[in-house]
Design a protein around this ligand. Structure first.
Ligand SMILES: C[S@@+](CC[C@H](N)C(=O)[O-])C[C@H]1O[C@@H](n2cnc3c(N)ncnc32)[C@H](O)[C@@H]1O
Length: 302
């Protein structure tokens, strides 16, 4: 694998996601700094610690350009600090950091952070985020823990059971980067013919088969066959489904914040869920600075 691929390449909109994450983590650690908790940060799809930004300003719209600073425009290659670095450089750091990635080479790059942040408790594991979180949670339940898990998959790799397990601790907040436009909605084909492995992924991601009934309408034809059609507002319905499941698992959810690509298409949603209304208020305030929706029914078409 080439180094650039190992390092990860992202669109300029990644800055919106990472700035939002950093601002939220700053507020969270500031609010809890005097409390006697072991503050834990889990970055379960951690990446390589920094990403190369694609030359996406060619054809970028005004909104994307606002996300880029002048030095960024001048340089040929620009790197952006990824979620692990954003969490480590906080003014009031967490007591323990857990970074997971299935890609061995990306995880290897993360080990540099141990020498940059000596004295910090940093655990790096290579493997599937779902299995690693399941393994970690019993320990979290033993410690006097509070924490945040950032769950940032490319596709439907975050299993609902994993999210639910974190919710059941009553101690964790999650920020899920839900790749609805980028990945999930694309697996739900217009024709309704979905390969079995995609269907299994979607069932695992939503933790229910309800997504299928929401995304399609079935009509009997004159000849007794069923005509299956993907509904126009499938993405909005699926977002609604996921958000209401988060609310049931954690108690509170913030208003989803949409992240769009250079053509204005929604690619993912930042979803906050947690056990306390105060966390929700902070998440709402911070994410308010970014484009957001007030009701799933108002989503643009995907
Ligand atoms: C969107 S990138 C992460 C970017 C990073 N959070 C950031 O903002 O800097 C997703 C990462 O998840 C990793 N990944 C994919 N499937 C995974 C899995 N099942 N478990 C753990 N990591 C996985 C990929 O190797 C990739 O590095």
């Amino acid at each position: 694998m080439r180094k650039s691929h190992t390092e990860n390449t992202v669109g300029p909109w990644a800055r919106q996601k990472l700035d939002g994450l950093e601002a939220y983590l700053h507020a969270y650690t500031q609010a809890l700094k005097k409390k006697p908790f072991d503050l834990v940060f889990i970055d379960a799809f951690a990446g390589a610690g920094r990403s190369k930004i694609r030359n996406a300003w060619k054809g970028a719209d005004a909104e994307d350009l606002q996300l880029l600073d002048d030095s960024f425009m001048e340089d040929r290659e620009q790197f952006i600090e990824g979620s692990p670095r954003r969490a480590l450089k906080l003014q009031n750091p967490f007591s323990k950091y857990f970074f997971f990635d299935v890609d061995r080479r990306r995880a290897q790059l993360l080990t540099e952070l141990r020498s940059e942040y000596q004295g910090r408790h940093i655990e790096i594991e290579v493997g599937d985020a779902n299995a690693l979180i399941r393994r970690l949670v019993p320990h979290l339940n033993r410690w006097n823990t509070r924490g945040v898990a950032f769950l940032d998959p490319y596709g439907p790799h975050l299993r609902w059971q994993t999210v639910e397990t974190l919710g059941a601790t009553g101690k964790f907040e999650v920020i899920v980067n839900f790749p609805l436009g980028m990945a999930i909605n694309r697996l739900i084909t217009r024709s309704g013919r979905i390969p079995e492995n995609w269907r299994a992924d979607l069932n695992g991601c939503f933790g229910t088969t309800d997504w299928e009934n929401l995304a399609y309408s079935d009509e009997e034809t004159l000849f007794g066959n069923t005509d299956r059609r993907k509904v126009d507002d499938a993405a909005a319905r699926l977002l609604d489904l996921y958000v209401s499941r988060l609310e049931a698992a954690f108690g509170h959810v913030a208003t989803p914040s949409v992240v769009r690509n250079t053509r204005g298409m929604p690619i993912y949603y930042m979803l906050w869920a947690g056990p306390h209304p105060l966390g929700r208020k902070i998440a709402d305030e911070i994410l308010k600075k970014r484009e957001r929706i007030t009701a799933p029914g108002r989503l643009p078409r995907h």
